[in-house]
Design a protein around this ligand. Structure first.
Ligand code: COI
Length: 381
């Protein structure tokens, strides 16, 4: 089978030359938070990093109206939003988001990873949810100005980052079902440690039957809240059985792997070939997924993006033909999967060498320990 890869639209857009942080800085003027976190609270947050439950002093914001387009750009104090209960997003879930990280390098500089990819994906998601597109320079500038305002919140140390969450949502006060004529964009940030508290030891995954996160023609390839909401109930049921995440199967036959609740999946064969579910329009086109494929191909590893049948995977794990399985995503980075189960099977896997190598190579680039041969890193500060 050929392993020639034609870049996807998002990959092609992410390769285009982009403006530097210096060129963009200042588009989102700063209004200082007069009531920032106390020094004691700040120190506590930064010394006990968790994932996604503490936030910095500021956030980026701009607003779109059908009449005027985007305006009101600014970095403003972080805090609760004044949102009418009639806001369309609260009823029809017209919202999309991104996940991207800011990393502090050893010399104190702050970088992010492939922001043009996230800008392109935000707009892919926005277009599926009938939301306005965000100009790529506005997206980049919102990250630059926000991270510059809250620079001190970018932690130091391996496995840590300031997790950035750009989001777009329908804020028009209107109960008729139509595309909102008012939309808000925010970037918030959370100083973070590992997504899984178990660290790199591996997670147990329950393979769901009977429930699906998205279907053909639906919103599966968009990063929208509804996809994640659809994953929560099966995930809760799996958690009660002791599993950390669920894996969804295709809607028609429940035969092929799709993705986890919020991460893509890879399978490493004993012969060294690496496989991942192909982009059918139903799964999310993960930036980490794309980077791993590119990195492996550049090293001569055969990577196959294809339909992966669950039966065949389980048989391969039992026979030894399948050596490793791992999950990946911005938040989860590269996380070994050490157990896969449902009512019909229960199989275990080791934390494999290929998974460890991919994790190290990727995080070494992100943390500035290794050369960045692909030009993925973007300096924010
Ligand atoms: C990310 O990896 O950034 C996501 O948005 C997924 C979510 C599970 C945190």
């Amino acid at each position: 089978m050929s392993t020639t890869h034609v870049p996807t639209e998002l990959e092609a857009l992410s390769e285009l030359e982009i403006s530097t942080a210096e060129e963009l800085a200042g588009r989102f003027p700063l209004t200082l938070n007069e009531n920032p976190a106390s020094q004691a609270d700040y120190e506590q947050v930064m010394s006990e990093l968790t994932f996604g439950n503490k936030f910095t002093d500021h956030m980026a914001h701009m607003r779109w109206t059908k009449e005027e387009g985007w305006s009101e750009r600014g970095i403003i104090p972080y805090g609760p939003l004044a949102l009418t209960p009639g806001a369309a997003v609260l009823h029809y879930s017209q919202s999309v988001f991104e996940g991207i990280k800011a990393y502090r390098h050893a010399d104190g500089s702050i970088w992010t990873f492939r922001p043009a990819y996230n800008a392109a994906r935000l707009n892919h998601s926005a277009s599926r949810l009938a939301l306005p597109k965000v100009d790529r320079d506005d997206f980049l500038a919102s990250l630059v100005d926000y991270v510059r305002a809250d620079e001190k919140w970018v932690p130091t140390g391996d496995g840590t980052s300031l997790y950035l969450r750009p989001l777009l949502f329908a804020s028009e006060e209107f109960l008729g079902v139509h595309a909102s004529s008012v939309v808000d964009y925010y970037v918030i940030g959370s100083p973070s440690g590992p997504y899984f508290t178990s660290g790199f030891t591996g997670v147990a995954i329950w393979v769901v039957k009977g429930y699906h996160r998205a279907g053909p023609g639906g919103t599966g390839s968009a990063k929208c809240g509804g996809n994640y909401a659809a994953s929560l109930m099966p995930q809760l049921q799996a958690a009660e059985k002791g599993f950390s995440q669920v894996c969804f199967l295709d809607t028609y036959e429940e035969k092929y792997l799709e993705e986890l609740g919020g991460m893509n999946m890879f399978v490493v064969m004993a012969d060294g070939t690496v496989r991942t579910p192909e982009l059918t329009g139903v799964i999310l086109e993960g930036g980490t997924r794309s980077a791993i494929c590119k990195m492996l191909r550049s090293q001569g590893t055969p990577v196959r993006e294809e339909m992966i049948a669950l039966d065949e995977l389980v048989a391969g794990i039992r026979s030894g033909e399948v050596a490793e399985v791992f999950a990946c995503g911005t938040a989860a980075v590269v996380t070994p999967i050490t157990r896969l189960a449902n009512d019909d099977f229960d199989v275990e896997l080791p934390v494999g060498e290929t998974t460890k190598r991919i994790h190290k190579q990727l995080t070494d680039i992100q943390m500035g320990y290794a050369q960045d041969p692909f030009g993925w890193m973007y300096r924010l500060v």
